[in-house]
Design a protein around this ligand. Structure first.
Ligand SMILES: CC(=O)N[C@H]1[C@@H](OP(=O)(O)OP(=O)(O)OC[C@H]2O[C@@H](n3ccc(=O)[nH]c3=O)[C@H](O)[C@@H]2O)O[C@H](CO)[C@@H](O)[C@@H]1O
Length: 364
């Protein structure tokens, strides 16, 4: 364990969540607010997950790694080992909570969060969970039994959760994303104002299918657009030298600038990403992760956004070069009607409300 986990005096808040960036970004939005107010902030994540990269470098936050098992819905040899890893995680979390004495646990979900929320119940520390997707994931379904509240991004999610625990609050968006500068992005990418900018984001880990589809149509797409391609770790194709095309594996600080410069977006339908595009009024073409590769959460996220007029949707099984180009052209042509629909969406004061709720729920 890292030093600094002996906390005395100040109130302590323990965050958890990880696996993919989607299970960390909400915590990244909240942590600076609690640090500003002088709270002692601790974070529980896995030994090797992306949460470690995103959190460990933050000044003022103490990171603790625990053992974590994946809770699979399918048959695998690993299923035999994993309950023991989860039990070890509960044991580690229990010891940690006893030592750190948090007033509350805030969980953004993912498998690593389950042992922490279970241990919080043993130690009588209230826990609040945030569920980003339209339907709760397995980790949050299990953890919700041990939590005081489950907060949701989508109003529709409340019906899948225990009535006394569910609270629709909306999306918690990182404040910095509203402070992007197009100029900085032009400088970074070398793009010009001559052509519109298309951002491609295959979720926080990138999408091989989307990467192939975009790269297959690069010549056609770059006739009309300049393209920022967030392609995921290990997915840069250094053989491509196309003017008006830049690739990044994963962008941290510069994302706000790249978003400010983007006119339209093609994206997976991960809940945090799409609510960010909505808040920033970016017309989006969503290519949700299919049922073959997921539990179908992105299909429902995308369907909800399409129904509300915020997004166009192209199903993965229909993804081919010609359809991709047609959908992108249509999205760009109709961009103002998407922006008009998004402008009707009333942003809630979610972050402030959630901070208030966390403070009210804290163990006194
Ligand atoms: C494969 C998988 O398990 N996907 C799930 C995962 O997606 P994933 O981890 O992709 O989550 P989201 O799309 O919700 O969030 C991704 C986050 O990463 C950020 N970002 C992305 C690229 C980049 O270069 N820089 C950057 O900061 C985005 O701005 C966003 O805040 O969690 C989501 C939220 O529970 C689910 O809806 C997805 O189904």
């Amino acid at each position: 364990m890292q030093k600094g986990w002996e906390s005395v005096g100040k109130q302590t808040i323990l965050f958890t969540g990880g696996g993919t960036a989607g299970h960390v970004v909400v915590n990244l939005a909240l942590i600076p607010e609690f640090l500003k107010e002088g709270y002692d902030v601790h974070y529980v994540g896995s030994y090797e997950g992306i949460e470690r990269e995103l959190i460990e470098g933050l000044s003022g936050v103490t990171y603790h790694a625990i053992s974590t098992g994946k809770l699979r819905r399918y048959l695998s040899k690993e299923n035999i080992k994993d309950p023991f890893k989860v039990m070890k995680g509960v044991y580690q979390s229990n010891r940690l909570i006893k030592k750190v004495k948090p007033s509350i646990v805030f969980s953004k979900g993912g498998f690593v969060s389950v042992p922490v929320v279970i241990a919080s119940k043993f130690q009588k520390v209230p826990a609040i969970i945030h569920e980003s997707d339209l339907t709760p994931g397995l980790a949050n379904k299990i953890a919700s039994k041990f939590a005081r509240f489950v907060l949701t991004n989508f109003p529709e999610t409340v019906k899948y959760l225990p009535e006394e625990k569910a609270k629709y609050v909306g999306a918690i968006i990182r404040e910095e994303l509203f402070q992007g500068s197009r100029e900085r992005a032009y400088e970074l990418t070398g793009f010009t104002q001559a052509k519109p900018v298309l951002m491609v984001m295959g979720g926080s880990v990138g999408s091989v299918k989307m990467n192939e589809a975009i790269r297959g149509e690069l010549k056609t797409l770059t006739e009309k657009f300049q393209i920022i391609h967030l392609c995921g770790k290990g997915n840069i194709d250094s053989s491509i030298h196309q003017e008006g095309y830049v690739q990044y594996e994963y962008v941290t600080d510069g994302l706000k600038d790249l978003l400010a410069m983007s006119d339209i977006v093609i994206s997976r339908a991960g809940a945090n990403s799409i609510f960010e595009f909505l808040a920033l009024r970016k017309p989006m073409l969503l290519i949700p992760l299919s049922l073959q590769a997921s539990r179908g959460d992105q299909l429902l996220n995308a369907e909800s956004f399409e129904k509300q007029g915020f997004a166009a949707v192209l199903q993965e099984e229909n993804l081919d070069g010609e359809r991709l180009v047609n959908h992108v052209n249509e999205l760009y042509h109709d961009r103002f009607s998407y922006k008009d629909e998004m402008a009707k969406f009333e942003p809630r004061k979610t972050k402030d409300d959630v901070i208030q709720l966390i403070k009210e729920t804290m163990k006194k």
